[in-house]
Design a protein around this ligand. Structure first.
Ligand SMILES: [Zn+2]
Length: 291
């Protein structure tokens, strides 16, 4: 279950190999014991609680694949981003934040059935640049919006480790499928994160990456441009958002919970199209797009 990264830092391998709707967590065993992320699966979290009883439990943002199991821990041990203090932990309000009205029931059933999201309360909040002191291990909270407004990465300056959370370097590429997600701040956040002195990346969905980190960041960033090109290619004739969703240019297919995945696809395509319109590369007329 635990994979040692440094003397005090361990990867907690998540259910489904940390793939959505789960993630890998990180355990720090120092003067105090700290768990980062509660999306690794409830069974694993219960084992962690039994064996290590973490003094602090921190999640990087309010997506259920990062915070679903928080109810296992008491509020006074839980820390979350201040940006989402109004809604995180209240499933209904999280659904209102992340998806449109007609699929909120689907979203709630998926998140409660698979990553087993339960309502939880949070006792403590961190802000941008908050420095956590765990003993020998120090961790800086870096606000990295774009994926969501409350998205954070965590930097360990002594070990030069960056926990990049959902700047996850997967082959899928960056994800920005919520109404609040935005492409340009996401790009700025990736540039900011990669500017740190990094020897090791810990990605929430890929685990530990020690080699070719610069190339991985380059490739991940390039996905924005590749998606622009694929979208422009599909605009050989005028298209509606529905045409795009049917084509699944980003997701390729909708193998499970299609209503939710189609919503995410539409959101991501829409953000590209708006950006292409603002650059003068695409025109919108009567709800249809043309290159
Ligand atoms: Zn996320």
């Amino acid at each position: 279950m635990l994979k040692q990264v440094t003397k005090n830092i361990y990867l907690v391998e998540g259910k489904s190999n940390g793939r959505f709707p789960f993630c890998h967590s990180v355990l720090i065993r120092d003067r105090i014991t700290v768990l980062i992320e509660t999306g690794c699966g409830r069974e694993i979290l219960k084992e962690i609680e039994e064996e290590f009883s973490p003094d602090m439990v921190i999640y990087s943002h309010a997506h259920p694949d990062h915070c679903a199991g928080s109810s296992i821990f008491p509020a006074e041990r839980l820390w979350g981003p201040v940006e989402s203090r109004e809604s995180t932990g209240d499933i209904r309000r999280m659904a209102e934040r992340f998806v449109e009205q007609d699929i909120r029931g689907d979203w709630i059933s998926f998140m409660t059935e698979v990553p087993e999201l339960r309502d939880f309360s949070v006792g403590n909040y961190f802000e941008p640049e908050h420095v956590f002191d765990f003993g020998d291990t120090v961790m800086e909270a870096i606000h990295a919006p774009g994926h969501t407004d409350d998205h954070y990465c965590f930097y360990f300056p002594h070990e030069k480790i960056m926990l990049t959370t959902d700047i996850d370097l997967t082959s899928f590429g960056p994800w920005y499928g919520n109404p609040e997600s935005e492409i340009d701040p996401f790009i700025d956040s990736i540039e900011k994160i990669r500017g740190y002195d990094i020897k090791t990346v810990v990605s929430s969905h890929l685990g530990v990456i020690r080699n070719g980190i610069e190339e991985e960041f380059d490739r991940f960033l390039d996905v924005f441009r590749e998606r622009d090109e694929v979208i422009l290619g599909f605009l050989s004739s005028s298209r509606s958002i529905e045409d795009f969703v049917e084509q699944a240019l980003i997701y390729q297919k909708y193998p499970y919970r299609p209503s939710i995945l189609r919503f995410f696809e539409a959101q991501m395509i829409d953000k590209h199209l708006k950006r292409l319109v603002s650059k003068g590369l695409v025109e919108m007329k009567d709800g249809r797009y043309e290159a």
